[in-house]
Design a protein around this ligand. Structure first.
Ligand code: IMP
Ligand code: MG
Length: 180
């Protein structure tokens, strides 16, 4: 598996220290707001479980599952496969996402959650790839772990055809791995 990685972009140590920094900011932001922290499956699961333990205030966990991807290309067609399970009306919502790429998925997710009349919706993404942004999307992440170049990355929850999510770091997939 690791031989399919061309380069390690973010080490475990880099990711963990950035999460600790973000945790301090988010703890301050959401103190006494009892937020609902929504993870967008599946890519976010590793980031979510590390991030949530650094948000040191009362909060609730919830998950959504939306689909938009086949291989490395966004189809642009988004469906809610699993919606949040709690009532978010009047609640402060923080969405955690693995990567903000074209922006289509998060734009869809934010609009979907806003339609439920929450008090606020903010977005925290581990990775941002601004070069790939759909020009029609004006949404910007409120909190970003790392801004990365326009490369297809895997690991720390991110996949290529459902593989590599279990790598502890974020790495650039080697071109040969696409062909196999
Ligand atoms: P967007 O809708 O184009 O912003 O893409 C969002 C989703 O596409 C992410 O939540 C990921 O699941 C997937 N994705 C985008 N870029 C990458 C990548 O470099 N590696 C793995 N998955 C990616
Ligand atoms: Mg995702």
């Amino acid at each position: 598996m690791e031989r399919d990685i061309q380069k390690i972009l973010l080490t475990e140590e880099q990711i963990h220290s950035r999460i600790a920094q973000l945790g301090e900011i988010l703890t301050e932001e959401y103190k006494d707001k009892n937020p609902v922290i929504v993870g967008v499956m599946k890519g976010v699961v590793i980031f979510y479980s590390d991030m949530i333990r650094h948000i040191k205030t009362q909060c609730q966990m919830d998950f959504m599952w939306i689909s938009s991807y086949a291989g490395t290309e966004s189809t642009g067609n988004m469906i809610v496969r699993r919606d949040v399970s709690c009532d978010i009306k009047g609640r402060h919502v923080l969405i955690l996402e693995d990567i903000f790429d074209t922006g289509n998925s998060l734009d869809f997710t934010v609009k979907h959650l806003l339609s439920k009349d929450p008090a606020s919706v903010k977005v925290c993404t581990l990775l941002d790839k601004p070069e790939r942004r759909n020009p029609n999307i004006t949404l910007k992440p409120d909190y970003t772990g790392f801004t990365i170049p326009n490369e297809f990355v895997v690991g720390y929850g991110l996949d290529f055809n459902e593989h590599f999510r279990n790598l502890p770091f974020v790495g650039i997939l080697s071109p040969e791995a696409y062909q196999n």
